[in-house]
Design a protein around this ligand. Sequence first.
Ligand code: GYE
Length: 308
Amino acid sequence: VASQAFTASTAFAAKPLTIGFSQVGAESEWRSANTASIKDAAKKANVNLKFADAQQQQSNQVKAIRSFIAQRVDVIAFSPVVETGWETVLREAKNAKIPVILTDRAVKVSDPSLYVSFIGSDFVEEGRRAGRWLVDYAKKNPGKQLNIVELQGTTGAAPANDRKKGFAEVIAADPKLKIVRSQTGDFTRAKGKEVMEAFLKSEGKNINVLYAHNDDMAIGAIQAIEEAGLKPGKDIVIVSIDGVRGAFEAMMQGKLNVTIECNPLLGPTLMQTAQAVVAGKPVAQRITVNEGVFPAEVAAKEFPNRKY
Ligand code: GYE
């Protein structure tokens, strides 16, 4: 239904599409892979890509979207840094009859016609997978209470909200699993390290498990754990999300216990969806991605197959 409003430009399908894309930033290995995928897919699809890096600031994204509207691009795509606060600018795009596609992260808006499609992972499910791995681990290692510290993603971001929610939902089944500290590390290595240092200072040897909303924060935290004289992956069990190369390397060194895959290679699907929308073809409002779970035991075998 939503795509019907945007059929006007179908007459010139042969002319290369112009897509304005507002990226979150360059905060993680995941993000770099996502950016590379989008740029590469645009080139292959002969799409004229106007790429803007928002440096993790919503205000920069709003500015970029307004500039795309002023330039009258064919499609606006963006990965919203946070979930809320988009109604006004998305209505401006709609009034200008420029279709909007969300990639990677979702928005919370009261009017679903403000975007045509959302391409990205199910972050709640990723959080559940992390939780299930830990519940399983606790079953195999029965005994005392397991104190968990949590490194959250960027405050207000869909993957931070949802990964927290899915994980909490699953670990609630086991009273031995308890989150003792939870704080944002903004999805970066530097912040992950800094916050883990603070956790170690206040909780000392009481920490049994680290749950990090992405691999980069886990990698930063691994450094903090080693500097504190502890063994990451052994003294502190570590569960994280993304499945980037750095995580596989950490697993092969025995420093990370499991990574839950989140696929950043959304470029080709974005280009296809944008072309379909402009051609007036119906597109799904929600496009998800298939993803796996990779425990340390399979890391060496899987490493050569990894694409990011
Ligand atoms: O997990 C994290 C990145 O939005 C799914 O953002 C993405 C997340 C990803 O910074 O590494």
